[in-house]
Design a protein around this ligand. Structure first.
Ligand SMILES: Nc1ncnc2c1ncn2[C@@H]1O[C@H](COP(=O)(O)OP(=O)(O)OP(=O)(O)O)[C@@H](O)[C@H]1O
Ligand SMILES: [Mg+2]
Length: 404
């Protein structure tokens, strides 16, 4: 952040005398003007948010400003470009304004999230949730959501009250896989009530709040807020396990979770080909970087047995065990490729509930028992800690919930 222009930064003096009589604006004057440029999503000035990377004033009155965005494809880039140019061109001595963009580093995004609000959940949030388990992978499509939905159903069926929280804000699939989808209601304490899927699994997803199949275009800080709200403002009640379905890859969500839930544990899903293990390890490395505990590996799509009983290793073999050995964590289970597993996920009835004795169900139930064995039953995720002093209220657009 040190390179960011700060209010009060010393003005850079032009090296040569200017030809024109009009004095050049100072960096402070420009910074003051930039205070009027408001990020429409975060509702704060780009100066306050630390998004002004640099300001350069040329001798001929040209001003070059670099604004740091939270993501490269920021949908409101044009807004910043126009607003910055307009504000700065109002200053005397400015002949033209050039606006460039770059992207905040992970550390800078972390600082921005802290500027935006509490970085930890308040005391009492999730107090009745004993374990939070993030289901993660390095790459997409390996079965995280399928595992989350089925593991939650399996845990619940084995007498361990469980919830599933969809943290995949852009590619949510938990509503479909658990067969629930309507706008949640709010209780008398203004907490959002999770929906209940078959078997008593409590479910929350951004998919419940948006028009069907519409895309969610949010940037890191909004994502942080949505997940924070799902953890803080949802009446999860007493749960032994809250499973978090993570989006593919590493990044913003892992960082958010590490700040909000330092006690969360990671289950890494991988396919069996040895090459996939390197990718999955990246997710594990991210968890380790943020000091989150790794619980174990689930190998999914691990072989296929034909109706004649022949076993085929379509995605190779051994990748899960290799990863588990490398990370020195247990293999929680090997779940075979199974058409019924996919079909039931598509129909909103998890296989473990619909066909509890099928081979894939048995493998998932074994993984669920592995999770139970590896997690303490006594401790709540968040001990009662004092709320941070003068925590600013979370700003931004609240989720559009139905009032109960
Ligand atoms: N063991 C399996 N056998 C057959 N199909 C499977 C299996 N596991 C997952 N699938 C299917 O593979 C597809 C991808 O699975 P899923 O959506 O769970 O992956 P994901 O890791 O959550 O993907 P994303 O990274 O996009 O969130 C789905 O259609 C799912 O039904
Ligand atoms: Mg998914």
């Amino acid at each position: 952040m040190s390179r960011l222009a700060r209010p009060g930064a010393r003005a850079r003096q032009p090296r040569f005398a200017r030809m024109t009589a009009m004095p050049l604006p100072t960096q402070d004057q420009i910074t003051e003007k930039l205070r009027a440029v408001i990020d429409p999503e975060l509702r704060r000035s780009i100066v306050e948010l630390g998004m002004v990377r640099s300001i350069e004033v040329k001798e001929d009155g040209r001003v070059e400003i670099v604004v740091s965005l939270t993501t490269a494809g920021c949908p409101i880039r044009a807004h910043f470009e126009q607003a910055v140019a307009q504000q700065v061109s109002e200053l005397d001595g400015v002949t033209s304004v050039a606006v460039g963009f770059d992207v905040l580093s992970d550390d800078e995004k972390g600082q921005l999230q802290q500027t935006l609000g509490r970085s930890k959940l308040p005391a009492g949030a999730l107090a009745q949730v004993k374990n939070v388990i993030c289901v993660a992978s390095g790459k997409g499509g390996v079965g995280k959501s399928t595992m989350t939905a089925n593991l939650a159903a399996a845990l619940s069926a084995e007498g361990h009250p469980a919830g599933a929280l969809d943290c995949d804000v852009y590619g949510y699939s938990i509503p479909r896989m658990l067969g629930v989808n309507r706008k949640p209601e709010v209780n008398g304490e203004r907490k959002i009530l999770p929906l209940e899927a078959a078997g008593g699994v409590k479910v929350m997803s951004i998919g419940f709040f948006v028009e069907e199949n519409s895309a969610v275009v949010w940037r890191g800080p909004m994502l942080h807020k949505a997940i924070q709200q799902f953890l803080e403002d949802v009446a999860w009640g007493e749960l032994e396990y809250l499973l978090l379905d993570l989006p593919p890859g590493t990044g913003d969500v892992s960082m958010t979770l590490s700040q909000l839930l330092p006690q969360a544990k990671f289950a890494i899903v991988t396919t069996p080909q040895p090459a996939a293990q390197t990718v999955a390890k990246r997710a594990a490395d991210m968890a380790v970087k943020f000091d989150l505990e790794l619980l174990g590996v689930i190998e999914n799509m691990s072989g296929f047995t034909t109706p004649q009983g022949e076993r085929m290793t379509i995605f190779g073999e051994g990748g899960g065990q290799l990863l588990a050995d490398e990370l020195d964590i247990p293999m929680l289970g090997k779940v075979p490729l199974s058409e019924p597993l996919r079909e039931h996920a598509d129909n909103g009835t998890p296989l473990v509930t619909a066909e509890p004795d099928s081979p894939a169900s048995q493998a998932i139930r074994q993984a669920a028992r592995g999770i139970v064995a590896a997690t303490p039953q006594e401790l709540p995720v968040l001990q009662a800690t004092p709320a941070p002093a003068e925590a600013p209220p979370v700003s931004g657009t609240p989720l559009p919930v139905v009032q109960g």
